[in-house]
Design a protein around this ligand. Structure first.
Ligand SMILES: [Zn+2]
Length: 857
């Protein structure tokens, strides 16, 4: 029987709830898949052995399947006629073990959504997380169904890869078998004309593993760094977590068209090429660091995600929060722990805090969704990692290790929940984590206010916590908040070392006794909890902490607070740039006993969006143009104050040795780039032009070009950059983004619009789309220009992309999530665009859910 079923599922969205979980009614004993590759008509033949599980609440045989053309279906060798819907099929099945066979036809070349099996640059590749496997064949596409996969690939591609170990290979055929049971979202297949960068790794128990990074011809020279990062990750996971790799081969493939950063498919990681390809000439220091972190992240998933997976998609943070936490530990060990911590907090505040305080706010473990792709969020990932960090801080390092060991021992091979995760901590430490669990169930960022008093040698800190209502959660209960506190004396000496106060009440006091004088507190050291700390304090005290705090995070935080207050005062009161702040910064900049990477971070001003958020939190309506003007004035004043020393500082910090991407040289270059930015304000781009001429690496070439563009002096260099790099897809993404990022507010939307008409702009490549639209949304004053052109341009492009790629469209809608911060005119302009998107005929389920949630604010 043949059913032609190529229409997309209906848009009327069903909502899924955590509380509705029921197990699948069948065991899947084994899965055999045969792929007969053809670009527009690939045949997938499946042979799956099912065993009914007696006593399951839902014994119905339902297999997910979307956009599939069913050619034939058989049970135990006999043709059957299942009932097929756009979401899948049901069928009468025997009450004992049976073999399901089906053949379907799919169209990889026509798959622009980049989910399931699709083509990118002439190669076949897959993306199955979260629910892409159902676009490959009929299957119980849910993470709690785990099985052993054997995959035959028939095609004339030179390289044909799947999960696990290679079993046989001949002309036109490759067979792979994965001995480890896995859910379908970890399935992967790659076939194409690829070349490899090979290496080997021997695990601590002596297993020799073949390693490969597979790339398109011409990219071979951009694999060495990724390979080193992979080997470092494998060693680190053995040392830090006792986790060894468990197959004979580990493959990484670089793909140009990819919705995500990378994917941890068992034994066959698939990477967005931007997250693996690196060379000094084409990648910046930031690219190198990110690549190292993402390779580590995907590799670490082999244990936290693959060997132990999620029971359902509500538990996504179980694998992502833990794996982000692990990759940040790795980066801290490989590079600088304080710099990593500060960078993570900058990122958390830029991406997660606005989400947590806006219409898209949701718990780390959501309890309902329409489209799971919309929950790959900063809250699930980054706040999920913060929650693990708090847990570790509360139980201590030794008990953390004990609990995690127990997790691996108890749950290897299982599909688990947050309850399982917390239970191993309770069993290993004897603690009750009932209240701590609220971090998983309550959305919103807690605010922590603090009052202090001092009498008779006793210093008292009184904290109060509260969390504003979030969608669906009007009332919140107090959470467990670990507050790391140290005390400093008047001369700047530390008189009490860091101590973790465990706050459990809505209001709670902690005392420190035996003090001669009132101390200066350093609160929330290392950013010990993802909260907003509100404390009335003076700029003099902030400057004191900036000069003396022994905790690097809080030292940076004091400088950051000074910068923020200076800008807020300029915006609200028309104040002059704060002299104390400028003096403190000048001192730090010249203090060469400090780590250059740290100094570079101190010099990095809070983002304009961050200032907008601060103003909003304090009950003001942010004016993006005024925020921009204040930033410009402050930077100009700082440059003038430093005028005498900038040329020397620039010369002193210029790295002249041959380029290496290590943390120390990268830190030097980061500081050097900050100084160049100030210098350009005084010399109109002379030094930047010289740097552009002599740069032999992308980091220096890019920072020179950025500064020239910012000074509106970069026309010649921008053209030269284009001529030099027009054939390099990843460098061209930088060229597109930079022009928009550096544009003055009134020119931002116009520049972005021109670039969407450039011959190298395409909706079909998510990286290029994000380069242009992400840069537009990221230029705060430009995107929010009062004429509304930025809003309209983004909406035009979201509407254009939605029919091709719903996932990337929906994610980019977050550019509008903070719209309620702004004035009525801007709100009206944004609402009109959101409504225009929402009423587009045939809008995807993904985008519809996002726009509706944002509009409901
Ligand atoms: Zn991940």
């Amino acid at each position: 029987m043949t059913a032609d079923l190529t229409q997309t599922p209906q848009q009327t969205a069903e909502t899924f709830y955590l509380k509705d979980y029921t197990p699948f009614g069948f065991e899947v004993e084994s899965v055999e898949l045969t792929f007969k590759l053809a670009p527009s008509a690939t045949r997938v033949v499946s042979k799956i052995c099912f065993i009914p599980k007696p006593g399951t609440p839902d014994p119905r045989f339902f297999l997910h399947g979307e956009m599939l053309k069913l050619i034939s279906a058989r049970i135990d060798g006999v043709d059957v006629a299942p009932t097929v819907t756009p979401e899948g099929l049901t069928c009468d099945v025997p009450q004992q073990r049976f073999v399901w066979e089906a053949e379907v036809e799919i169209d990889p070349a026509g798959n622009t959504a980049l989910e399931g099996l699709y083509m990118s640059g002439g190669m076949y590749c897959t993306q199955c997380e979260a629910e892409g496997f159902r676009k490959i064949t009929y299957y119980p596409d849910r993470p709690d169904v785990m099985s052993i996969f054997t995959v035959r690939i028939e095609g004339d591609e030179e390289v044909m890869l799947s999960n696990g170990n290679p079993i046989s290979k001949s002309d036109g055929l490759a067979v792979w078998q994965d001995p480890w049971p896995k859910p379908a979202y970890l399935f992967a297949l790659v076939a194409g004309d690829l070349v490899n960068h090979p290496d080997t790794f021997t695990t601590k128990s002596g297993r020799k593993v073949e390693l490969n990074i597979w790339v398109r011809h011409g990219d071979e020279d951009k694999c060495a760094f990724g390979m080193e990062a992979l080997k470092k990750s494998m060693t680190w996971d053995e040392q830090a977590y006792g986790r060894e790799y468990d197959l004979d081969i580990f493959n990484i493939v670089a793909v140009d068209d990819f919705n995500m950063g990378a994917m941890e498919n068992k034994g066959l990681n698939i990477f967005n090429s931007s997250c693996v390809l690196a060379s000094p000439e084409t990648s910046t220091d930031a690219n190198f660091e990110r690549i190292e972190a993402i390779i580590a992240h995907e590799y670490f998933h082999n244990w936290t995600g693959n060997r132990i997976t999620c029971r359902d998609w509500f538990q996504l943070c179980l694998k992502e929060g833990l794996t982000v936490f692990r990759d940040s530990q790795f980066t801290s060990d490989m590079r600088s722990a304080p710099v990593k911590r500060i960078s993570d907090v900058i990122d958390l505040r830029a991406r997660q805090f606005p989400e947590d305080q806006g219409p898209l706010s949701h718990p780390v473990r959501p309890e309902e969704f329409q489209e799971i792709n919309n929950f790959y969020t900063a809250t699930v990932y980054e706040k999920g990692a913060e929650v693990i960090g708090m847990l570790k801080r509360l139980v201590g390092d030794a008990d953390y290790s004990k609990a995690v060991d127990l997790y691996f021992e108890r749950h290897d091979g299982q599909a688990c929940t947050i309850e399982d995760w917390l239970k191993v901590f309770e069993d290993a430490t004897g603690r009750d984590l009932g209240q701590f669990k609220r971090w998983y169930s309550q959305a919103g960022t807690p605010r922590l206010t603090v009052a202090e008093s001092f009498a008779n040698g006793t210093y008292t800190l009184t904290f109060e916590q509260s969390t504003a209502p979030t969608p669906g959660q009007p009332d919140k209960d107090p959470r467990v908040i670990p507050i790391a506190v140290g005390l400093l004396g008047a001369n700047g000496d530390e008189i009490r070392q860091t101590q973790v106060l465990e706050m459990t009440e809505a209001k709670q006091s902690f005392t420190f006794e035996g003090l001669a004088t009132k101390p200066v507190p350093s609160i929330l050291r290392e950013f010990s909890a993802p909260v907003i700390l509100e404390r009335e304090t003076s700029n003099a005290e902030r400057a004191f902490l900036l000069a003396h705090d022994t905790d690097p995070f809080n030292r940076w935080e004091a400088g950051n607070a000074l910068a923020r207050e200076a800008r807020v005062a300029m915006v609200l009161e028309g104040a002059a740039p704060d002299a104390d702040y400028l003096d403190a910064l000048t001192k730090l900049l010249r203090d060469d006993t400090l780590d250059p990477a740290f100094r570079a971070l101190i010099l990095q001003p809070p983002s304009q969006s961050d200032i907008a958020q601060t103003l909003h939190e304090r009950g003001h309506t942010p004016d993006p143009q005024k925020i921009y003007d204040a930033a410009e004035t402050l930077a100009q004043t700082l440059a003038q104050q430093l005028a005498d020393s900038l040329p020397r500082l620039y010369a002193d910090t210029t790295v002249t040795e041959a380029y290496t991407p290590d943390a120390v040289s990268a830190g030097n270059r980061a500081l050097n780039a900050r100084i160049l930015t100030l210098l350009t304000r005084l010399d109109g781009g002379e030094q930047a032009a010289r740097q552009y001429e002599t740069a032999d690496n992308m980091t220096q070439q890019y920072s020179a070009l950025a500064n020239l563009m910012k000074a509106e002096k970069g026309t010649v260099q921008s053209q030269a950059f284009f001529d030099q790099w027009q054939d390099d897809r990843l460098v061209m993404d930088k060229w597109f983004a930079l022009q928009i990022a550096m544009a003055v507010p009134e020119a931002t939307a116009r520049t972005a619009a021109q670039l969407t008409r450039h011959p190298l702009f395409t909706l079909k490549n998510p990286n290029r789309f994000r380069a242009v639209m992400g840069a537009l949304a990221g230029n705060h004053a430009g995107f929010h220009h009062a004429n509304g052109a930025g809003y309209q341009l983004l909406a035009d492009n979201l509407i254009a992309l939605d029919g091709l790629n719903p996932q990337t469209t929906a994610r980019m809608c977050t550019a509008f999530q903070s719209w309620k911060r702004y004035d009525n005119d801007r709100q009206a302009l944004i609402a009109a665009q959101l409504q225009r998107i929402q009423t587009t005929a045939g809008l995807s389920r993904d985008t519809n859910e996002m726009v509706s949630r944002i509009l409901d604010a």
